[in-house]
Design a protein around this ligand. Structure first.
Ligand code: NAD
Length: 336
């Protein structure tokens, strides 16, 4: 490897053993690691390589504060927390981790599906509160149900592979249907409106793009089968939170398992939220999110689907490889 020493700044909440692991791998470079999410006051002007999770927003202000920035390593698949237009304008390379845990996230989507469908949260809560009684906790079989999968990329495909084991019928929607996958796993691609109409369970595995933002809105919810369960382990912005609250109220939506929420950064620290000068849109979104969290038929987890020992290690290893490849001039996993 060439001898250049890079100034690296990482904003990652990690256990001490993983921090030590990263330090070992980046020996020879100037590395500072913060346990907190990125904030402007913590940025070092000398930084050339920035490492972040999805909870750190890389906006125009961050780019402006780092004039020497050459590389952003996002330790995630998604990159909607980065202003890609600005990165491009400034010639900053952004690398992600495209394939760290398709199984990891799909397993979590299955866990949420089962948990909502069989009311597991209420089962456990009731027993822990000293009430050993199953009345009011009736769920439904998955066997024979129709599962609608939005997005049949890496995670959606794994989810399909797993959910087949429950003897379900699977329908899918994707802008780029994968005929071979459909043949291998015995499912059908259908138009979105049919998927919404026929599915007992909907699982979202799309990226958040202008074309997918609020793909689950009031209009879409009106087409859904009454009692449908919605599972979202992709990105909160795929669902219009206000429409979801409405759908739950109308009993069109029977339940939801959400690992991601639109504007989830507003929820991370309640105190921060209280001190923040919220625009009315932000306040409204926070209110909707709190309604979703408090609703008896929903479970919300804190963007945790990626979080297994194995996946975190794979994320770190790929990110270090991304850095080394950049260093050698062979950029890999570049987000364009
Ligand atoms: P992927 O790129 O492999 O698959 C995405 C699929 O969406 C592709 O098949 C693509 O054709 C389809 N698609 C894109 N735009 C579309 C559109 N407008 N309409 C219909 N289909 C469209 O991505 P993946 O690895 O399967 O990840 C899916 C999402 O899961 C990611 O965007 C990421 O944000 C999210 N994710 C969440 C977590 C978590 O911890 N909750 C972890 C990893 C990934």
């Amino acid at each position: 490897m060439a001898k250049k020493t890079y100034h690296c700044q990482f904003f990652l909440t990690l256990t001490p053993d993983l921090k030590k692991y990263i330090r070992g791998k980046l020996r020879g470079h100037k590395l500072t690691m913060s346990d907190q999410i990125l904030s402007l006051d913590k940025l070092d002007k000398k930084t050339e390589v920035l490492g972040v999770f999805v909870d750190s927003k890389i906006d125009k202000k961050v780019f402006a504060a780092l004039p020497k920035l050459k590389l952003v390593l996002t330790l995630s698949t998604g990159f909607d927390h980065i202003d890609m237009r600005e990165a491009k304008r400034r010639g900053v390379v952004v690398c992600n981790v495209p394939t760290y845990g398709s199984n990891t996230v799909a397993e979590f989507a299955i866990a949420l599906t089962l948990a909502v469908n069989r009311k597991l949260y209420h089962c456990f809560k009731r027993v822990k509160e000293g009430q050993y009684d199953y009345h009011g906790l009736r769920g439904s079989d998955l066997q024979g149900k129709t599962i609608g999968v939005l997005g049949t990329g890496k995670i959606g495909a794994k989810f399909i592979q797993m959910v087949r084991g429950f003897e379900t019928e699977i329908l899918a929607f994707d802008a780029f249907p994968n005929k071979q996958l459909a043949e291998n796993f015995g499912f059908r691609y259908v138009p979105l409106s049919m998927l919404l109409k026929k599915s007992d369970i909907l699982s979202l595995h799309l990226p958040l793009l202008d074309s997918t933002k609020h793909i689950i809105n009031k209009k879409a919810i009106k087409k859904m089968k009454p009692g449908v369960i919605i599972i979202n382990t992709a990105r909160g912005g795929l669902i219009d939170s206000e429409a979801l609250v409405w759908g739950l109220k109308q009993n069109i939506i029977g339940g939801a398992g959400l690992d991601v929420l639109e504007g989830e950064d507003l929820l991370e620290d309640t105190l921060k939220l209280l001190n923040v000068d919220c625009s009315s849109d932000e306040t409204r979104l926070s209110l909707m999110n709190n309604m979703l969290i408090d609703h008896p038929n929903t479970i919300v987890s804190p963007h945790n689907a990626f979080n297994t020992h194995e996946a975190v290690r794979r994320i770190i290893d790929t990110s270090i490889d991304n850095f080394k490849a950049f260093h050698l001039g062979n950029i890999q996993n570049e987000v364009k």
